[in-house]
Every structure is written in structure tokens, then in C-alpha cells.
Design a protein around this ligand. Structure first.
Ligand code: C2E
Ligand code: MG
Ligand code: MG
Ligand code: MG
Length: 287
């Protein structure tokens, strides 16, 4: 408990604060060794077409920590960014997906892409394109199997480098998606400049679809905007059949969410159904 502030008094940290600080420091200091000891895991969450077929996978990192158990990226990615270690994680992630791609190809019947999340810090590291190119060559994977997801703020904060980088990826055949769309910048003018294929509607709007008419309006407008700009639109965080039905009726191309599958390791992807269209038979509606 921290004492009342004032001259000559000490601030006492709570046990929880000390523990969380220790955990943070320990995670920050063990990222390199975690890579060496193979403690990171790739989980995959399917992306579903409007007809219910699996047309993509998002690769999401986890840390199977020997002491803390499963640590989520929401906790350690910012720590890695602050400590300047995110580029090793990105490199690890892309390489691991390249290695697992032949198995993924056997599991998914359709043409598909695997999406990798990039952090804003990755975009300041100018060798990233060459690193990716070399990995694709080394593992003999076609760039058309890859998509890169970046948030609008990461893209815009590093616009010149980011745009050059994404143009090169795009020319090589990779797709680019703007992640968490609708939660970052308020100005839309940059959409005329940017090199992207897909807008990903943030989960926040999807979980409010039923309760908030405004969220329905915003979601519908993002879908229209994407169509007008000839972009693909993907919604994340679908948990209810009624949410998918709403999105489908409003022209959303792709969806992702726990309704279809939580992110799972490669070994569990085999259990994934081949088609999810039965969820569209559901007739509950919130309009
Ligand atoms: P994101 O890229 O927006 O990923 C979506 C997050 O929402 C994932 O959390 C996913 O598990 C979760 N999610 C998906 N469907 C649902 C749903 O229906 N309901 C709910 N409640 N959640 C759902 P996760 O895996 O914990 O990742 C969190 C964030 O961490 C990601 O957000 C991404 O920004 C970042 N991240 C994950 N993997 C990587 C990585 O390899 N590199 C970098 N730089 N960032 C990563
Ligand atoms: Mg993402
Ligand atoms: Mg997202
Ligand atoms: Mg997100």
C-alpha cells in the first residue's frame, strides 16, 4: 500500500507491483534465451469466407514460459518492443511459418494466405524486406502465401519507410492488411496514399453490434468504405452466429473469431471443420 504523498514520506510498493515489475524485467531479459530454447509457439486462427470456407490463417505468437506458463503477446510484445527485441521475434515468427507452410498446405484445401502481425518497430528496421525475401528463398515458399497485418498507427507513424516496404512486399505478391481498423487515426485522408489490400474491422465494433446501433452504423460504413476503395474487408472477434449473419448481409468478405475457432497450434488445426456455413442458417437477428 502506498503511503499518503508528502515531503519526507516514502512510497511503498505493493507486493503485486513488485511481482509484476519482476515479471516484466524477467520477460524482457529472457527473450533471446527463449528463442534459443524454442519457447515461442505459433498458433493459427482461421479466416473464413462469406461462404464458410477456410481461406486464410492468422499466425499469433505465444510464449510457453518454463516458469510462468503460457504468456500472451498482449503482455510480451510491448515489452519486446520497449527492449528493442521485437525484430528477433518477428524474424522467428516468419521463419517458423515458412517451416510449417508445407503442413498448412496439406490441411487447407483452398488457396489461402497466412497473416503475420508486424509491429511499428519492425517498420523502422530497414533490413526487414531483405530478411523476408531471404527466408522465402531459403524455404522455397511463394510470397502469395503471405499476408502482413499492421495497425494504422504503426503504418502512419513510419509512413515513408512503411510505404516503401509494403510496396515492395506487395509487388512480390504478399497481401497487406490494416489491423484494428477504426480505433486509431481519425483522419481518413491517408487511405488515398497507403498500400493495402484489406481493412480489418476491430473487434470492439463487432462485440457491440448487438447492443449498439452506432456500432452497426460504423461497421456498415467501414464495409462500404472498403468496397468503394476496392479493398477486401475482414471482421475480427465474431463469437455469435448473429454477428456473422449481420456482417454477411452487409457485404463483409471475411470473418475471424472464436465462433469458428480460437487460435490453435498446427497439431490441432486438423480438427478444424472444413466448412462453417451451418452458422448462417441461424435466423436470430438484432436489427
Ligand atoms: P490482433 O492482431 O488484432 O489479433 C487478434 C486478437 O484477438 C488475438 O489475440 C486473438 O486471439 C483474439 N481473438 C480472435 N478472435 C476473438 C474472439 O472471437 N473473441 C475474443 N475475445 N478475442 C478474439 P492474441 O493472440 O492474444 O493477440 C493479441 C495481439 O498481439 C494481436 O492483436 C497482435 O496485435 C499482437 N500479436 C500477436 N502475435 C503477434 C506477433 O507475432 N507479432 C506481433 N508484432 N504482434 C503480435
Ligand atoms: Mg492481427
Ligand atoms: Mg486485430
Ligand atoms: Mg487487436
Amino acid at each position: 500500500r502506498s503511503k499518503a504523498k508528502g515531503r519526507g514520506t516514502h512510497t511503498l510498493f505493493t507486493v503485486d507491483m513488485v511481482e509484476s515489475y519482476k515479471r516484466k524485467m524477467s520477460l524482457a531479459n529472457s527473450i533471446d534465451s527463449a528463442i534459443r530454447h524454442d519457447e515461442f509457439r505459433v498458433y493459427y486462427q482461421p479466416k473464413i469466407s462469406k461462404h464458410g470456407a477456410v481461406i486464410g490463417l492468422e499466425a499469433l505468437i505465444r510464449w510457453e514460459h518454463p516458469e510462468y506458463g503460457m504468456v500472451m503477446p498482449g503482455e510480451f510484445v510491448p515489452i519486446a518492443e520497449q527492449g528493442g527485441r521485437i525484430s528477433s521475434i518477428t524474424q522467428w515468427m516468419i521463419e517458423r511459418v515458412c517451416m510449417e507452410l508445407p503442413d498448412l498446405q496439406m490441411l487447407v484445401d483452398n488457396k489461402f494466405r497466412v497473416a503475420i502481425n508486424l509491429s511499428g518497430h519492425d517498420l523502422r528496421h530497414t533490413d526487414l524486406f531483405n530478411d523476408i525475401y531471404e527466408l522465402f528463398e531459403r524455404y522455397k515458399v511463394h510470397p502469395e502465401y503471405f499476408e502482413f497485418e499492421v495497425t494504422e498507427s504503426s503504418y502512419l507513424e513510419n509512413f515513408d519507410t512503411a510505404d516503401k516496404f509494403f510496396k515492395r512486399l506487395s509487388n512480390m505478391g504478399c497481401a497487406i492488411a490494416l489491423d484494428d481498423f477504426g480505433t486509431g487515426y481519425s483522419s481518413l485522408s491517408y487511405l488515398t496514399q497507403i498500400t493495402i489490400d484489406t481493412l480489418k474491422i476491430d473487434r470492439q465494433f463487432i462485440c457491440e453490434l448487438e447492443s449498439s446501433e452506432r456500432s452497426r452504423m460504423v461497421t456498415g460504413s467501414i464495409i462500404d468504405l472498403a468496397k468503394r476503395l476496392a479493398l477486401t474487408v475482414c471482421a475480427e472477434g465474431i463469437e455469435q452466429p448473429s454477428q456473422w449473419r449481420y456482417l454477411n448481409e452487409h457485404g463483409c468478405d471475411h470473418v475471424q473469431g472464436f465462433l469458428f475457432s480460437k487460435p490453435v497450434p498446427l497439431s490441432k488445426l486438423i480438427e478444424l471443420p472444413k466448412n462453417f456455413s451451418h452458422f448462417l442458417d441461424d435466423t436470430t437477428s438484432f436489427e
